[in-house]
Write a protein that binds this ligand. Sequence first.
Ligand code: HAX
Length: 435
Amino acid sequence: MSLLKKHLSEKIESWRPRTRKLLKEYGDVKVGEVSISQVIGGARGVKCLTTDISYLDPFEGIRFRGYTIPETLEKLPKVPGSEMPYVEGFFYLLLTGEIPGNEDVKDVAEEFNKRQHVPKYVFDVIRTLPKDSHPMVMFSTAILSLERESEFVKEYSAGLSKMDLWKPTYEDAMNLLAKLPQIAAFIYRYKYKDDEIIKPDTSLDLGGNFAHMMGIDKPYDEVARLYFILHSDHESGNVSAHTGHLVASALSDVYYSISAMIGGLAGPLHGLANEEVLRWIQGVMEKMGGKIPTEEEMKKFVWDTLNSGQVIPGFGHAVLRKTDPRYQAQRDFCLKHLPDDPIFKFVDVLYKVTPPILQEQGKAKNPWPNVDAQSGVIQWHYGLTEYDYYTVLFGVGRAFGVLANIIWDRALGYPIERPKSITTAMLEEVAGIKK
Ligand code: HAX
């Protein structure tokens, strides 16, 4: 058994009594009340999910296992010669709640290397799709096609105790995570680089190997590490994380749930916003004949977009009420590595002009930029200009958080999810509306 699985097993055993006690002795204690606007409004703010992997404070932003983004980047073991931590070590943190030592990181890296082989049929499945299919369709389909490999399905049909459900889930999660970077890189090279596939180099860490398979030189390996870490988790109510959890709650295996998660991430109000940001910026730059607009010109573009009934992609958030620290971390990277990049300058002007306009319009509860406003700029700078691919990168990162969550969901025996719906007439009755 790997060090990680053994350690996780001990953690789970010691955690279970906490959940059991809350449920058995305090099950009737109220956590909050639900208003009609929450019932109609996408359950915004309703506290009805549990996760210990990350927590999102509206003003502070995300903490992974209690650590802010700067703390996470600072404390985790670094790839030699690199500013960024190992994604492998970050996954150890998500799963166990502890900062790993070098041996722990090595153990996770070996686990991923052992499991990284992608069966040929997965690539064949991608190739059977029309080449103009969206890369998220290719990604979701490829993941789903791997479902026949599920250890969970095999062990569940052979008869598996509830207490052990997490064990084959862990195996499936590790197998899938080990393969995702290669599948994602394959989609990129197949779709945009004339099918010139680059084989993995397992002597590299996960981020380094991904950059290698993408065919993009250093410091893109640093970008990959940063990007996968930043996009991994944002507590469990966002569409992608919640979809993953919801599907897994039916005891569907992780191939089904991560494939579905990708579907949720592919919406323009969620992960696809990173593609939308670049599309919007390109549209503006085309209108400007390639030049960066002045602040005044940019204000007009923002107002035109709003007045045509569209949202400004990359701004706003359902929970955050300040600039997203994931935006900030990527901005810091840009300031260090690409301060003169024209698109970075463009995004910076956007950062100045958009929040006051959204405030003046008075609709968005959060006028500040989110993670997606900044992420495409970095990709573009390193030659990844095919912006419809960006959300695939988000998907690789998000899988680390969602799979850590699903393993713990199973370990703590969270039941099938089933919120209650009511009719409009019932809501009118609750509101005291007379007919
Ligand atoms: N531009 C224009 N209008 C916006 C807006 C924006 N960026 N953000 C919110 N609004 C509008 C909403 O459309 C809504 O309008 P209506 O009252 O007409 O329906 C109103 O302001 C209130 O919305 P809200 O309560 O502030 O925001 P929600 O919680 O409903 O939605 C969204 C949050 C992120 C979906 C929203 O801010 C948005 O559409 N942003 C642009 C798309 C985007 O960047 N999405 C990525 C978010 C981060 C993420 O999940 N990444 O994966």
